[in-house]
Design a protein around this ligand. Structure first.
Ligand code: 2HG
Ligand code: ZN
Length: 481
């Protein structure tokens, strides 16, 4: 193995490409780029490079390839799985895309938007809105996360039920390959059956095959009306029945259907300064329902009432608060979206991001909850998220009187193995939307078939023969793969 270039040689080379302003080396400066935002994964890097064009990314990659220097692509650094920060070997260059933040074109006739990878999700949504269009991806970290990261992790969020994951929202990408070559499919085509659809290799690859530098995204018509309700349901089974009814009655209008358990609500209300619950009484299970459509407000509200009345009549719905203003709707959504940060602040969450077929989600929740509570009865069962997609964040939280350190040391592994194992047994996934990063990497050995792992490694070796792209992430290290 040839020796890596010295830090001086590396820095000189990077500065020659991106300029001195585009390179960070002092520990105090690199710290935010080598530590994930929950401060769980701490790495090191000789230099954080901030290119301002695809050409610069290409030159950086070509130089690193030639000299055998590993590279960690980074967007807004909001990964929950340690996928966007380097390991602590101190060898990998971080390539942060934050300076490549231009919306390059909006084509309102083709209903597409072409962006650089470092555009934040909120900026992309705002640009679409300025053109009276909707870019529908919606996740809590939209102010920080970037389109390149959204693509690299195939981000999901709270509107997948209606609009799909990031994979469904992209028509083309531009990606710099490990050796510096540029692959571009930025053509905005809705139909193109000319062989392998290569862009999908890079979507969800978490930067292990190349670095996404640009994308053409789909735009949608802006809905004219929305109707939102915070609904207490009798049980997760009842929630699934209510979802079926809502879809039957309103068709495409069901945009979000988010489950919230009582401990999740209690935690977030406390985090929001003891904010009041939207509902008068305590309930074990709630759902946040959002309908949107091109119809008028009155008719959409009537549809929502029809759904809730059917739910009440069938005993699925126990109580409901219907938003009567935009501010009510924002309050309901804030409660839902701040749950994740409330957990980060409290500490001591065992993060499981599972999905199962929607028909099995209620049974899964019942079984997994009972088994976790049998281990540690005072665990707070923070369970919430995208029930309409069969995806819940099943995040058992430490009992109030136990420290995060203690609880995680005892239970992190046994509980996540238990929950993931139960999801797998229900034909589910151990990572529905947060990706693999380093956190779940080795678990893939248990949950992917040998053929899937072999294919993943074959693709990896074909595109990244020197294993320089985000090394140690996603693919489990197996000698015989
Ligand atoms: C959400 O749906 C995010 O709020 C974060 O996916 C979930 O922190 C989590 O577990
Ligand atoms: Zn989520």
């Amino acid at each position: 193995m040839t020796a890596l270039p010295s830090p001086e040689i590396l820095l000189n080379a990077m500065q020659a490409i991106v300029g001195a302003n585009g390179c960070l080396t002092a520990d105090a400066d690199t710290e935010p780029y080598v530590t994930d935002y929950r401060k769980i994964y701490h790495g090191k890097s000789p230099v954080v490079v901030m290119p301002s064009s695809t050409e610069q990314v290409s030159q950086v990659m070509a130089w690193c390839y030639e000299h055998g220097v590993p590279v960690v692509p980074q967007g807004g650094n909001t990964s929950l799985m340690g996928g966007a920060v380097p390991d602590d070997s101190g060898t990998a260059v971080v390539i942060n895309l934050g300076k490549m933040n231009r919306v390059m074109a909006i084509d309102p006739v083709n209903d597409t938007m072409t962006v650089q990878a470092g555009v934040t999700l909120s900026a992309a949504r705002a640009a679409a809105e300025d053109s009276k269009r909707l870019f529908p991806l919606r996740i809590g970290s939209e102010g920080s996360c970037q389109i390149g990261g959204n693509l690299s992790t195939n981000a999901g969020g709270t509107a997948v039920l209606r609009y799909g994951n990031m994979r469904d929202l992209v028509l083309g990408i531009e990606v710099v390959l490990p050796d510096g070559r540029i692959f571009s499919s930025l053509r905005g085509l809705r139909k193109d059956n000319t062989g392998y659809d290569l862009k999908h290799l890079f979507v969800g690859a978490e930067g292990t095959l190349g670095i996404i530098t640009g994308a053409v995204l789909k735009l949608m018509p802006q809905p004219r009306a929305s109707a939102v309700a915070f609904v207490a349901v009798e049980s997760p089974e009842a929630a699934v029945k209510l979802l079926g009814e809502a879809r039957q009655v309103s068709g495409q209008a069901v945009t979000a259907f988010e489950l919230i358990s009582a401990p999740a609500l209690e935690l977030v209300l406390e985090y929001l300064g003891n904010a009041p619950s939207p509902l008068a009484d305590r309930h074990d299970w709630m759902v946040l329902i959002e309908l949107t459509s091109g119809a008028d407000e009155d008719s959409l509200n009537a549809t929502l009432m029809e759904i809730l009345e059917a739910g009440l009549g069938n005993g699925w719905v126990v109580d409901a608060a219907v938003a009567s203003s935009l501010s009510d709707a924002q309050t309901f959504w804030r409660i839902r979206e701040e749950i994740s940060d409330a957990q980060t602040r409290t500490g001591g969450s065992i993060k499981c991001d599972i999905s199962v077929p929607v028909s099995r989600i209620a049974g899964f929740i019942g079984k997994a909850s009972a088994e976790v509570l049998a281990l540690e009865p005072a665990t707070r069962m923070v369970i919430y998220g995208h029930m309409g997609d069969g995806n819940v964040h099943f995040n058992p939280l430490r009992p109030k009187d136990r420290s995060a350190k203690d609880f995680l040391a005892q239970w992190y592994k046994p509980v996540s193995d238990l929950v993931d194992g139960l999801a797998h047994a229900e034909n589910g996934s151990i990572s529905a939307e947060h990706g693999i990063g380093v956190a779940k990497r080795d678990d893939l050995n248990r949950y992917k078939s040998p053929v899937e792992l072999q294919l993943m490694w074959q693709v990896k070796r074909a595109l990244d023969p020197k294993n320089l792209m985000n090394p140690g992430r996603v693919l489990p290290q197996l000698e015989d793969k």
